[in-house]
Design a binder for this molecule. Structure first.
Ligand code: NAD
Length: 283
């Protein structure tokens, strides 16, 4: 089913993304990693060759470099992809950050909003015609249960005013992932492209590593209750490969099952408004 399909996976040199890449490579898909660091991309590519027992046709796993906090870099990534690959069957928007302090990107956008929401938005739109031309094709975005209780603060979307709250910024970005998934599904209805997102569970990854010690301490304390990155990747691999979800679009999945997200994540007006603002911020 997925053998020979071309899959582009962001955030795939560590954590959940790396396990998605390994899982799809084992199913004989053509996997293209996306990462910022060339040495890490090369090392991960070789690790996947070993893990997926790829001794011949090593071109089946390759990588492209991009810093998803930079819109110029995202545009370059899309152009490189379009120049190098004829089809795109599966796009997995997985890269993400959690930051306890407010940073801005080279485009002067709040970092969490830029990487977690605007990057998938821009990359997907830049690649959409190729994805459509490759249909039936699938777009999968890594969201989180953290979207629950969140709202999109349209009056202070990038936490420019008041005290920055990294948890709220993260929750908002993960709600944005679901709103984006659903709006994309509405816009691409009938095109043969499906758009779904998922919560991977609480997963033992590097997500909080760049934050102060007390965040890492909390992560260490809850560590025994977290699942492995391999388990965290399971629903994404299912969404990418199973015939059971071939016709399903616009859904939020947990443990391979479509689950109702928060009421706000289902709100069409909020999704349409976020889409319009995202267009303006990525012009
Ligand atoms: P991780 O830190 O191991 O993976 C995140 C990946 O994103 C890394 O490979 C990192 O290099 C990449 N990335 C971050 N900023 C980037 C940038 N500017 N340019 C390019 N790549 C960049 O953590 P993870 O837990 O595997 O996170 C993957 C996804 O899972 C994220 O979207 C996260 O929000 C989501 N998620 C994680 C958990 C969890 O418990 N770990 C729970 C729910 C959702």
């Amino acid at each position: 089913m997925i053998e020979g399909k071309t899959c582009l996976i962001t955030g795939s040199t560590s954590g959940i993304g790396k396990e998605i890449a390994i899982g799809l490579a084992k199913m004989k898909a053509n996997v293209i990693l996306v990462g910022r660091n060339k040495a890490k991309c090369q090392a991960t590519t070789e690790e996947i060759w070993r893990n997926a027992s790829i001794s011949t046709n090593k071109n089946r796993v390759s990588y492209l470099l991009a810093d998803l906090s930079s819109q110029a870099s995202i545009r370059q990534l899309a152009n490189e992809f379009l120049d190098s690959y004829e089809s795109l069957d599966i796009l997995v928007n997985n890269a993400g950050v959690f930051l306890s302090r407010r940073f801005t990107t080279v485009d002067n956008i709040e970092y969490t909003f830029a990487v977690n929401h605007l990057a998938p938005f821009l990359l997907t739109n830049l690649l959409f015609e190729r994805i459509k031309a490759s249909s039936p094709s699938r777009i999968i975005t890594t969201s989180s249960v953290a979207h629950r209780g969140a709202y999109i603060n349209f009056d202070n979307l990038q936490f420019e005013r008041g005290r920055y709250n990294g948890v709220e910024a993260y929750k908002q970005s993960k709600l944005a992932n679901i709103l984006f998934t659903k709006e994309l599904a509405r816009r691409s209805g009938g095109s043969g492209v499906t758009s779904n997102c998922f919560h991977p569970g609480g997963v033992r990854t590097n997500l909080v590593q760049s934050n102060p010690w007390y965040y890492r301490l909390i992560w260490a304390i809850i560590n025994p209750f977290l699942v492995s990155p391999k388990k965290g990747a399971d629903t994404a691999i299912y969404l990418a490969s199973s015939s059971k979800v071939a016709e399903i679009s616009g859904k939020y999945f947990v443990n391979r099952k479509p689950v109702r997200p928060s009421e706000l994540a289902d709100d069409h007006d909020t999704a349409a408004r976020l889409w319009k603002i995202s267009e303006e911020l990525t012009e």
